[in-house]
Design a binder for this molecule. Sequence first.
Ligand code: FAD
Ligand code: SF4
Length: 486
Amino acid sequence: MADPKGFLSTDREVAKTRPVDERVKDWNEVYVPGSLLPIISKQAGRCMDCGIPFCHNGCPLGNLIPEWNDYAYREDWREASERLHATNNFPEFTGRLCPAPCESACVLGINQPPVTIKNVEVTIIDKAWDAGDVTPQPPERLSGKTVAVIGSGPAGLAAAQQLTRAGHTVAVYERADRIGGLLRYGIPEFKMEKRHINRRIEQMRAEGTKFRTETEIGRDIDAAKLRKRYDAVVIAAGATTSRDLPVPGRELNGIHFAMEYLPLANKVQEGDLTTSPITAEGKHVVVIGGGDTGADCVGTAHRQGAASVTQLEIMPRPGEERSAGQPWPTFPMLYKVTSAHEEGGERIYSVSTTHFEGDEDGNVQWLHLIEVEFKDGKLEQKPGTERKIPAQLVTLAMGFTGTDQKNGLVEQFGLELDERGNIARDASFATNVPGVFVAGDAGRGQSLIVWAIAEGRSAARGVDRYLAGASELPAPISPTDRALMV
Ligand SMILES: Cc1cc2nc3c(=O)[nH]c(=O)nc-3n(C[C@H](O)[C@H](O)[C@H](O)COP(=O)(O)OP(=O)(O)OC[C@H]3O[C@@H](n4cnc5c(N)ncnc54)[C@H](O)[C@@H]3O)c2cc1C
Ligand code: SF4
């Protein structure tokens, strides 16, 4: 156990963010660099090392949280990093981006603020990189088997790293020009600087994983050819089809899917563009959708110099405390103030967009909305509450409907879909096609990075068993594992 009295003597303290005025002028991560180091060992010391650590179950990766809290408390950073990597390939991603369902399941959280697990995680991994402790781990011998991974988001990268380390020869195919999936082109730089992806890719290359960018499976290489060339295939193509809003005026200029808007801002940060062709500068911006993607649009619009930013959400404003229906240790839907929301803008709940209005040149100028309420379990419009708000740039951040089928991927492989339209799989992440597995959002539907990594690791075990008859790779979850699901 870390500090037997830590939870009594130390209050919860989290990473400090930079002042809003300063950080909206740049795209760097919002946190004060190095602010965690002086406090984190004491924070880790708040861990009670419970008999039944519910945080293990709250974390889809089954991270060994009390163990690395203990090492962090003792400042044995190398051992902490070893325990962290035992269950998580990429703690620098989750330590920055995870909504931390582990903290919702922390036993201390029943009657006190929970342990700052995510902050401990990111400190351990950042220290490990700084100390040169994160090194390539190439396999001792090769199996002679080959695996193609389609998609280079967190699910594809986790599967590829596990399979490479198990001795298989792995190539990752990515249709975009850079590796990383939504980590690269969805999530903005101010949430995670892309240098963290780049150094992981270098580690993976040194271990033997091959990367093929600008290659879309289904279009540039068909499924039959890929199956002939490789002994197994992992589909980790994400759920990248955006949900649309088919209301009058949708065709006006200035209305874009979030995933048309955000990647361009990220490309500016990569140095590919000097300015984004879709910019919020000087405009009244409306973001439709109240989730993470919407918050990323809000933060991006602030940095591009928007005149105003309004975020709309059809659902009512969530509460600030757990409701009876979301008891500990579940991951509750609570009202969240993200770093983007701290930076300004207005959030309007319980409203639905009825139509858009444009000027004579076909550019969007106004968004018309109406208030809605739940009646007998159904969402109904409230008559007489219609109004319009200025909207010169609108981003649609209303979620995703499934994996992209336009490139023929699903059809060419002959994949079955489940009732939600995702690629169906069994308990070992195998699809209906022998030797073809699926991991991450492609099989699960739009989810979280931590789930993508957990699924990538688990699918890798399924593939390893398929290729070698048995596997020593760990499998944190099965697709039917819905306990404490987020
Ligand atoms: C804007 C945004 C912000 C988010 N923020 C967070 C957050 O803060 N925290 C969090 O936990 N989660 C967040 N998420 C969700 C998270 O990013 C995803 O759940 C996660 O990235 C899914 O990983 P994946 O590997 O399954 O798929 P993806 O990351 O979507 O990667 C799939 C990759 O496959 C490629 N691909 C698709 N089809 C083909 C093909 N036929 N051939 C070759 N390549 C192909 C795509 O180009 C893409 O690069 C966010 C999502 C979005 C959109
Ligand atoms: S990956 Fe997420 S859920 Fe797991 S320990 Fe880290 S912050 Fe918690």
